[in-house]
Design a protein around this ligand. Structure first.
Ligand SMILES: Nc1nc2c(c(=O)[nH]1)N[C@H]1C(S)=C(S)[C@@H](COP(=O)(O)OP(=O)(O)OC[C@H]3O[C@@H](n4cnc5c(=O)[nH]c(N)nc54)[C@H](O)[C@@H]3O)O[C@H]1N2
Ligand SMILES: Nc1nc2c(c(=O)[nH]1)N[C@H]1C(S)=C(S)[C@@H](COP(=O)(O)OP(=O)(O)OC[C@H]3O[C@@H](n4cnc5c(=O)[nH]c(N)nc54)[C@H](O)[C@@H]3O)O[C@H]1N2
Ligand code: SF4
Ligand SMILES: [Mo]
Length: 765
């Protein structure tokens, strides 16, 4: 073997699981049985990340080989401690308890939460079958506390999955998004550098803090915290009132724009601008830049999605793009296709005045189900009551809601109020520590994995990742857990899948024919498809690949539904689905699965005449509230600071890494404050302070940050997790931010929490 080949062989392709960009990475493995990730580098072959990685990926071994990992199913004892049990015992007891809840109260009283974090959605695909077996009707995930407002808005206005092409826009804008720190965008830091250098392109950043992203911007709108709605409305109003809208384009491509124009004609631009903390001149010059751009595209993130007026702000952001003609052209917005929709398109019937008339709701609180997800922020109210309709059991898979949802204390109480709870995790998370049973999962580098996050346009990619490391003994991949639970629930007869299993041995074509045949005669086959594929096709796939069986099924559906897009990516003809699947299994890096066109961005709009719908009447009505110039949330004498309860820093990754040694530099944990605010209160840098909100309190170190907006303070997300070090000591891991937040502090439409503006006080400890 020649030397270069040897060198290449030492590196293994996969993806980073620390944020939803999932950059292609390569690992150099070593240590005992090759279980350790010694080195990490970007994968140059990856079609979108192209070798890029950020600082977080290099020490990913703190995820893979965390000492917090668990390697046995656990059962809670009466005293609240846990005892290990074997798999057979755990599976049969869990199935019996869930089955009992279903039989006594109905399967709709069992809730499902999670199904994947930043890097792992494959297990969640099989949870569909377990939910079917239990009759579960209500599910949710972390998406429901950030992106459901976004989903509601793009579904109503466009009706498809869309990608704002900020990378190719002449004028790009970030609203409440700090990609320099959070990435959340392909090749984020490189993109920021490029746009900063390019004299022909403009970057606008809307953020109260002079963020690291704002350093790269041509225009920084330092909006007052929680007042984006006024800032964005003022920009749009100025464009409307200055006759800068592309009226011919709107007439050709949009419905409902006349009402939007009428409403924004009546906005007093100057008073809105001033109320938002930005000079009217800056608002007007920014509006001119946006209106006159050849192409304009913006990305928002939780800086606004978790701030006051969350859903309204999303609507205003889309109005800013769409009313200015930015759709279906390079550098604007394109509609793309996906193997499975992580943030599903979902809109109900709309009446002639532009109001949605029907929406599924949760049985006790009546909270709206959006994008197929119940709002996580209503979970505790739904559970903590004596209503016979209340949920009795909860399954949490690959999520840590006791840590990541508002008001951790209430979450703990809610979990203990249930008749039964199960957590599936790689560690004994804060959530696991409240559940009746815990099942230990193999890590994301020990099993086949993938994510279904929304991706790119025009070429969309999918990365099916191969396992690189032997599973930790006594852990299982989620598809196997779901299958065993379904079997313990005795959904199928033992021989019911035999003909499918036999057909699978004769190859994909024979299997496919038999699958169609069986679907015609046995309704269960289609209803439990992921499970059926796993147990019938799975065993015939090469060693260890069984859990990719559902991907084969998704590929078949994808090429049927999106035949034109798939064909452009090279997958056409009778075996297109299987060819696509094979390409995914064979490729160590991501594969282009479909290529969309701008024409399709139009022809696939499901609204009448394939036109965009500018009117969301519920949200346009909200603009009347803005006219009152009253902030939605205020600080007070008692709680004088606006706390950003969970900001992204260089070493935070939600709840994925527990060991504080992962982080370089202590500042990652600190409470940050502008030095002028600190001087006013007599605080020195580095002191321990008490941080209090209406809900809770914490002690934390104070750090100065002159980028902060005056009156605003911040602590990071994803800290304060329980971690016991090698000396059996509990380590200080920072502030457990959701001990400080309230479930009642939420968006009135979708229920997203307003974590970016939590009234707080700070005092010396
Ligand atoms: N390092 C790191 N990266 C991550 C993650 C992580 O945990 N750590 N998590 C990933 C996940 S799950 C997500 S959802 C994304 C989130 O990514 P981002 O939304 O970019 O992250 P944040 O830092 O929470 O918030 C972004 C900005 O919002 C600003 N902001 C605060 N209040 C307001 C306001 O009222 N108006 C406006 N306009 N801006 C405001 C903050 O100053 C901050 O700069 O990050 C992903 N990337
Ligand atoms: N106050 C406040 N709260 C926030 C935020 C904030 O900014 N402020 N940010 C919010 C946002 S945007 C998000 S996305 C959420 C994230 O919140 P969650 O959805 O709870 O996601 P994570 O916190 O990353 O938790 C993922 C869990 O999966 C486990 N895990 C990792 N790999 C595997 C695996 O292969 N299998 C299984 N079964 N488990 C695995 C991890 O150990 C961890 O416990 O947090 C939210 N919470
Ligand atoms: S941007 Fe960083 S954290 Fe996100 S996937 Fe890429 S390397 Fe991982
Ligand atoms: Mo998120």
């Amino acid at each position: 073997m020649s030397k270069p080949e040897q060198v290449k062989e030492e590196w293994h392709s996969t993806a980073c699981n620390l944020c939803f960009v999932n950059c292609g990475v390569e690992f150099k493995l070593g240590g005992e049985d090759g279980r350790q990730i010694l080195k990490v580098r970007g994968d140059k072959e990856h079609p979108t990340s192209q070798g890029y990685i950020c600082n977080k990926a290099s020490r990913i071994d703190y995820y893979q080989n965390s000492t917090a990992r668990i390697n046995s199913p656990m059962r809670r004892k009466a005293d609240g401690s846990y005892e290990p049990v074997d798999w057979d015992t755990a599976i049969s007891e869990i199935a019996a308890k869930l089955g009992a809840v279903r039989d006594e109260h109905g399967g709709d009283k069992i809730l499902y939460y999670g199904g994947g974090g930043q890097g792992n959605h494959l297990g969640g695909a099989y949870a569909t079958s377990l939910r079917k077996a239990l009759g579960i009707r209500y599910k949710s995930s972390a998406i429901s506390q950030e992106k459901t407002g976004l989903s509601w808005v793009f579904s109503r206005m466009i009706g498809g999955l869309v990608h704002p092409e900020v990378h190719h826009a002449e004028v790009a804008m970030f609203v409440g998004k700090n990609p320099f720190m959070s990435n959340g965008l392909d090749r984020a830091r490189l993109f920021l550098k490029e746009i900063k250098k390019d004299p022909n392109r403009t970057l606008i950043v809307v953020d109260p803090r002079r963020s690291e992203t704002a350093d790269h911007a041509d225009i920084h709108l330092a909006v007052r915290p929680g007042r984006d709605a006024w800032c964005l409305s003022a920009i749009l109003a100025y464009i409307v009132q200055s006759d800068l809208l592309p009226m011919d384009w709107l007439a050709k491509h949009a419905h409902g724009y006349e009402k939007v124009i009428a409403r924004f004609k009546n906005i007093d631009v100057d008073s809105y601008a001033e109320f938002s903390g930005i000079s009217p001149d800056q608002i007007k010059s920014t509006a001119e830049v946006i209106a006159k751009a050849q192409s304009f595209s913006l990305e928002e993130d939780i800086g606004v999605q978790m701030a006051p007026h969350s859903t309204l702000v999303t609507y205003l952001n889309f109005l800013l793009m769409l009313m200015n003609g930015n759709y279906g052209r390079p550098g604007t917005i394109g509609m793309f296709t996906q193997l499975a929709e992580m943030i599903a398109v979902d809109y109900g019937p709309v009446d002639e005045n532009g109001y949605e008339t029907e929406r599924r709701t949760l049985p006790v609180t009546g909270a709206p189900i959006v994008s197929g997800l119940f709002p996580a922020n209503y979970l505790t109210e739904e559970i903590l009551n004596d209503d016979p309709k209340r949920p009795r059991a909860l399954i949490v898979e690959s999520s840590n809601p006791v840590h990541s949802l508002s008001d951790a204390g209430r979450m703990r109480k809610s979990l203990r109020h249930l008749d039964f709870s199960l957590a599936i995790d790689v560690v004994m998370s804060e959530t696991a520590l409240e559940c009746d049973y815990v099942l230990p999962a193999s890590s994301q580098y020990e099993k086949w994995e993938a994510t279904f996050f929304p991706r790119n346009f025009p070429a969309n990619i999918f990365h099916l990742r191969q396992p690189l490391i032997e599973p930790m003994p006594n852990t299982l991949a989620e598809p196997e857990m779901h299958a065993r639970l379904i079997e313990a629930l005795e959904v199928f007869e033992t021989d019911e899948l035999n003909s499918l299993k036999l057909a699978a041995q004769d190859g994909f074509a024979a299997y496919q024919a038999e699958l169609f045949n069986q679907m015609g005669s046995n309704r269960k086959i289609a209803s439990y498809l992921p499970y059926v594929l796993y147990r019938s096709l799975g065993p015939s796939l090469p060693d260890g690949q069984a859990s990719t069986a559902a991907i084969w099924g998704l590929c078949q559906m994808y090429v049927l539904k999106h035949s034109a897009e798939a064909a452009r990516a090279g997958f056409s003809g009778p075996s297109a689905g299987t060819d696509l699947y094979q390409a995914l299994v064979d490729s160590p890096t991501a594969v282009e699965i479909g290529i969309s066109t701008y024409e399709e961005s139009w022809s696939r709009i499901p609204h009448p005449d394939n036109k965009l719908q500018m009117l969301i009447a519920e949200l346009l009505d909200e603009v009347d509230e803005l006219d009152k110039l009253q902030p939605l949330h205020k600080t007070s004498k008692e709680f004088p600071f606006a706390l950003v309860a969970g900001v992204r820093r260089a070493y935070t990754a939600n709840c994925n890494i527990r060991d504080p040694k992962w982080a370089k530099g202590k500042a990652v944990m600190a409470l940050t404050m502008h030095p002028d605010d600190a001087a006013e209160h007599g605080f020195d840098e580095g002191i321990r302070v008490k941080l209090e909100t209406e809900t809770g309190q914490a002690e934390v170190e104070l750090a100065f940050d002159e980028r902060m907006h005056l009156g605003t303070i911040s602590v990071p997300n994803g800290q304060g997790m329980r971690f016991v070090n090698e000396n059996n000591e509990l380590e200080d891991t920072g502030v457990y931010v959701n001990e400080l937040t309230s479930v009642l502090h939420r968006d009135k439409f979708i229920g997203t929490p307003l974590h970016k503006f939590v009234p707080a006080k700070v005092s010396i400890c």
